[in-house]
Write a protein of this length. Structure first.
Length: 135
């Protein structure tokens, strides 16, 4: 089974996941824009189990539907590497696509909070768009 490792900028915090992503998407919500410092977040979901190496600082954010998301970032360089939804940690993990540093990583299939997408951001052909979060 294919193993992938994502890491922070300095390499202190890493996560190893197995297999192909359950899904790859981008989120244009204002919270993700602020969290990443970019105009959207690119995330890939992977089934558990996963292994974490290094220390992480955590930040919990409540989503529009009431779910609590626990984001983990490196306390040394500040890079956000992964997040889990409280109560679903044993099922899956969301990993920042850029943390894989793999230009061949699969493209997103879904775009959420498209109502907040910057007009100049172009999505890959066939990407499903959702005005808000479809959950």
């Amino acid at each position: 089974m294919l193993a992938r490792t994502a890491s922070c900028s300095c390499g202190q915090l890493r996560i190893e996941v197995q297999g192909e992503p359950l899904g790859v998407g981008v989120c244009h919500c204002l919270a993700c824009q602020r969290r990443t410092g970019s105009v959207f977040a690119a995330l890939a979901s992977f089934a558990a189990p996963y292994r974490v190496f290094g220390a992480a600082t955590e930040y919990v954010r409540v989503g529009d539907q009431g779910a609590r998301f626990r984001f983990r970032f490196c306390p040394v360089c500040g890079t956000t590497v992964f997040h889990t939804e409280e109560g679903r940690e044993q099922a899956s993990v969301g990993v920042a696509v850029g943390a894989f540093a793999d230009p061949d990583f699969p493209p997103p299939k879904a775009s959420v909070y498209d109502c907040r997408r910057h007009a100049w951001v172009q999505l890959p052909p066939g990407t499903r768009t959702y005005d808000k979060d479809p959950a």
